[in-house]
Every structure is written in C-alpha cells, then in structure tokens.
Design a protein around this ligand. Structure first.
Ligand code: NAP
Length: 437
C-alpha cells in the first residue's frame, strides 16, 4: 500500500480507496468505458486514447442526446456497447451507425449503470455532467472498477457512500479534476506531513467585479472562461465560484481531511493546479498547462507518466504568478458550500440540485446571474432535516453482494428524491418571481 499509493494513507490523509490491483496495472490494453464521451472531458479523453491507440480498447461510450457525435466516435473506436438517454435517441443513433456494425445500445440511467458495470470493463471514466453522473459512478463502484472520476457531483452527493462501497468492493478512484489530481500528485510520499490542501481557482470571467456589476452580466459573458475550455454547466459554476465550492466537498471526500484543512486561493493564471502545505510550512505545487489531457493521461495511464498530446508548460513564458484570497462576499457560493459540508443532513444534495436548476434557468434567460446564489441559498434555508448526517453517512450493513446492491440502490433513490424536490423548489421560486414581474 505505502509503495503504490504513496502518502495517501495515514494519520493526516485517509484516501477514499485502495490502490488498483497488480492485475489491473499489468493488463494492457486497458478496457475502457467512457460515460459522457461526447462532452468536453469525454472528447479530451478520446484524444488521449487516440494518441495511445495500442494501450486502450474502448468497449463502451455514451452521450445523452448528441447521437451525431456519438455515432462518429463509435465509428472510429468500434465499441461493443453504446449508451443514450432515451429510446428516441437510440432510434436516431441506430440510423447513423455504419452498415455491418451493430453495437448493443443501452438506454436511460439503468443503461448507463449497465455500461459502467460491464464485466469486460476494467476502467470507467465517469464524465457525465451533474447529478446525472451518480448512477454510473455508483454502478462502477459496486462492480469494483477503477474509476477515473471527472464527475465531481458524484462525491458532492454521495461521497460517504462511494467511500463505503470502495471499501467493500475494492473499487478504485483516480481523480481527474485538475485540482484534486494535482493534490494527488503532490501527496506522493508526503501525505504523512500534509498540513492543508490548497485548491487554486482562476476566479472565472468576473474576477474583481462587485456585486452590483454582476447584476446584468449576460450568459455569453459568463460562459467566457479566461483560462479553460469546458462544458456549459461547469463554465457557469466557475463564474459563480460554485465550482470551487463543489471542489471543497470533493476534496473532503477524496482525501478524508477536516474541512478546516481545505483552503481556496484565487490564482488567475491557472498554472499552479493546486498545492499541499506541509507541516513545516513549505508548499508543494503541481504546475502545468490548462489542458485536461494532462490529468486524463495521468489517470488513464496510471502509474505510467507519458506524453499524451498536451503542450508542455514553459515556465519562462508563464509570466507572473499571483495568489490571493477569494472575495466570499461577492461570490457567496463558496460560503454556501462550506455550510453544506458542515451541516450535511442532505444539505449538500439540496445545494447541488438547486445549483443545477438555477444554472439551467440562467442559461434559458429566465433568471439573472445574481439570482443563482440567491436561489441556492433560499432552497438551502427551506430544507429541514431531523436526520443530521443522513443520508450521506450510511454505514453499509449488508453482508452479501445482492443485499449490498439493494442497500445502495435504496440510498441512491433517497438522494435522487431529494435532488428532484430541491429542483422543484428552485423552479417554483423562479416561476413565482416571473409572475410578480
Ligand atoms: N470540462 C472540464 O474541463 C472539466 C474539468 C474538471 C471536471 N469536470 C467535470 O466533468 C464532468 C463533465 O464535464 P464536461 O465539461 O465534460 O461536461 P459537458 O461538456 O457538458 O459533457 C457532459 C457529458 O454528459 C452527457 N450528459 C448530459 N446530460 C446527461 C444526462 N442527463 N444523462 C447522461 N449523460 C448526460 C453529455 O451528453 P450530450 O453530449 O449528449 O449532451 C456529455 O457526454 C462534470 O462533472 C464536470 O464538473 C470537467
């Protein structure tokens, strides 16, 4: 354990999972399923695979409804299984596939879960967006897969549950998110001496703006991230700083550290992807280009370290690197995330669902940018629980595998129910607001 997963276990850091088995490390080409292959992360992952064709065998790909892109990917990589959101998407996809190639097409959340647990798959990249990624992550964890985890919402919603499943099934988590991947790399051999984890944040397109200036910003402005090219939802999350809030919860669950030991620093250049502060006061940083192919290659090829298409960073051309504290008065999502982490009792599920609903409303032009944190906060205040800590700290009790699966499904249903209720709360508040105008 110490040699393979250096610095990830011990008194200061308690990593979410054990290291992958020797069998997995030796089995090349790696048999890979990508959930969310048509998205920004999915496409970058396929670019890594393309640059290392002999090292991977793609056995499953999925999208929601972008079947045109999925069909093109399928034609190139010829997986035996494809996943789509519904029957209509499956029908359209079939018509786009080339003659003589008939993969099995799976539908809906059960289909994604089946894809994530295919017996042949050794590695699953969880890269669907939002809470839609939970079903696939949980299924992959139950099936004991090595999970390259981009879908941070899975840990925000069910980090304790994922940890508990990994303990039982020996599933493995490799962090794709650049900040958590940077911390993973910095901790190598130094975990026993880690004092705090420092997540860096670019600050997004509205860095330095006042609350008043944020009132009338447009969708187009909010989507214009200064340093990263990403999907729509995470781009808006970066503009509100909710992305960093979600990452605080992600770091808490991945590394098992007290929330007081997770700091956030604004670093507009996005060169230092995150830092680990050691007990002697020194800092370890991981630096690189703002290119997700770097962290994807790190996870997909782990423990090999090889070039996979990303342009190396030239520090001489990086310019001055600056760091400062975030403005939590203007960007209150950071404070909301810390509150959700402190209180739990489902508040993290409410916060995540309210954020997803509010981001969608903003993208549809139905609310203003400044309404996003306002609606999330209102949904969080509306949530009451007499079960502090639940449903997120489930001591899984089932002994045998079928019973364990049933127990996990029940917990998943509770999470999904609260997720739906919280979205309704936000949508109703937005409707009321529109009627009063
Ligand atoms: N982009 C980044 O640089 C980055 C960095 C770190 C972490 N992440 C995380 O990685 C995840 C993916 O982000 P992204 O930027 O790649 O998102 P994205 O570009 O929006 O892609 C999302 C993927 O999920 C699929 N999808 C959307 N709704 C779905 C649903 N209801 N059910 C199943 N699949 C669905 C999409 O299919 P369609 O194409 O058919 O819509 C697409 O394949 C997020 O959790 C994000 O926080 C992203």
């Amino acid at each position: 354990m110490a040699e393979l997963w250096p610095g990830l276990g011990g008194p200061t850091i308690s990593y979410i999972s054990r290291p992958p088995s020797k069998r997995w490390r030796r089995a090349w080409p790696r048999k890979l399923v990508i959930l969310g292959s048509t998205g920004s992360i999915g496409q970058s992952a396929l670019a890594v695979v393309e640059s290392k064709r002999e090292d991977f065998c793609i056995i499953g790909l999925s999208c929601a409804r972008n079947v045109k892109r999925l069909a093109a990917q399928a034609e190139r990589f010829r997986p035996s299984f494809l996943g789509v959101l519904d029957a209509a998407a499956a029908y359209r996809l079939k018509r786009l596939l080339p003659k003589g190639y008939s993969p099995c097409i799976l539908e809906g959340h059960d289909g994604y879960a089946a894809l994530a647990s295919l017996p042949d798959a050794a590695t699953v990249l969880s890269a669907q967006v939002g809470s839609a990624g939970l079903a696939g992550t949980l299924a992959a964890a139950l099936a004991g897969k090595v999970i390259c985890l981009a879908n941070k919402e899975s840990l925000v919603l069910a980090g304790d549950l994922v940890r508990a499943i990994c303990k039982r099934t020996h599933a493995v988590i490799l962090p794709v998110d650049s900040e958590h991947n940077a911390i993973f790399q910095c901790l190598a051999g130094r975990g026993q001496e880690a004092a705090s984890l420092v997540l860096t944040a670019s600050g997004g397109p509205f860095l330095g703006k006042t609350k008043e200036e944020l009132h009338n910003v447009t969708v187009e402005q909010a989507l214009k991230h200064p340093t990263w090219r990403m999907g729509t939802k995470i781009s808006i999350d970066s503009a509100t700083l909710m992305n960093k809030g979600l990452e605080i919860l992600e770091a808490f669950h991945l590394y098992g550290v007290d929330p007081s030991r997770i700091r956030v620093l604004i670093h507009p250049q996005s060169v230092v992807h995150s830092l680990v502060e050691l007990t002697d006061g020194s800092l370890l940083a991981q630096m690189g280009a703002a290119d997700m192919r770097l962290t994807l290659a790190h996870c997909l090829l782990w423990p090999r370290c090889e070039p996979a298409g990303a342009v190396p960073l030239n520090p001489a051309q990086a310019g001055a690197l600056t760091f400062h504290e975030p403005d939590t008065q203007t960007f209150s999502c950071l404070t909301l995330a810390r509150r959700a982490l402190k209180q739990r009792g489902g508040l993290n599920i409410v916060m995540n669902a309210a954020n997803e609903a509010a981001v969608e409303l903003f993208l549809q032009g139905r609310i203003r940018f400044a309404d996003i944190p306002r609606l999330i906060e209102a949904a969080m205040w509306a949530h009451t629980t007499d079960e502090p800590g639940a449903p997120l700290s489930p001591p899984l009790t089932a002994k045998r595998f079928p019973a364990l699966t049933r127990e996990v499904h029940l917990l998943q249903q509770r999470i999904e129910r609260l997720d739906r209720q919280s979205r309704n709360v936000v949508n109703n508040m937005a409707n009321d607001g529109e009627q009063q105008k």
